[in-house]
Write a protein that binds this ligand. Sequence first.
Ligand code: NAD
Length: 259
Amino acid sequence: MLKGKTALITGSTSGIGLGIARAFADAGINIVMNGFGTPDEIEKLRKDIEGRGVRAHYSGADMTKPEQIETLVRDAAEVMGGVDIVVNNAGIQFVSPVQDFPPEKWDAILAINLSAGFHVVRHALPVIRKQGWGRIINIASAHALVASPFKSAYVAAKHGVYGFTKTIALEVAQDNITCNAICPGYVWTPLVEGQVKDTAKARGISEDEVIKTVLLAAQWTKKFVTIEQVAGLALFLCSDTAENITGAAIPIDGGWTAA
Ligand code: NAD
């Protein structure tokens, strides 16, 4: 039932977004890719997606720029003939005690992790409604539900994503569209790799200690979540079985938020 549908996935040139693009393409979903990278890297990734038997289009829209987000959605609808699924995934992180938190980093985190999803949804919703069926998936975080020190902007943005998710779910509830937030714990991606370095600096401990005592300390399974597990959950949310799951924040966090 997903074959031939189109998904627009922000931040799909790396990590979780790329994993979702691959899983969706394997399920026959055409992909509109977005995110940063060199032209060569991006073309390689686009060909990887296309090689899975679907159409793949790339747009380099910067998620801090509302007018570029508008163009991204318009191009996606024009090139693919519609958009059925939106995955708001692009995200960045910065770790620092609040008194030293650079205001420009706060603004960038709020813009990319929270406001970009608002702009994507406000432009994409009329397009999705035309299709008569749709899925909006926001990649939030365990930090949409609980806090950690030194991540004030990220935690604020991700809590905002959950509030936004619930609101949109209600607004589209009778349109055959669902809107949910996936809340991963730690997934080993370039974003987390960078965070290990910054957290080590902020806490004055080694990178190994950060992994053991900060990252996996919160995850009761003592395992990183995998990109494929997050992608599998996103794909499930697109299924008919999931049509009554809406407005939910679904943790995939090795028990972190259960404690
Ligand atoms: P990543 O760094 O591997 O990928 C981030 C993607 O976003 C890349 O494609 C990058 O190019 C893109 N991006 C960044 N800034 C952008 C901008 N201004 N405009 C357009 N694209 C931009 O990170 P990831 O770990 O795969 O994270 C993806 C999402 O998952 C983020 O929203 C993150 O907060 C969330 N998340 C990650 C983890 C984790 O442990 N990795 C846990 C919970 C939630």
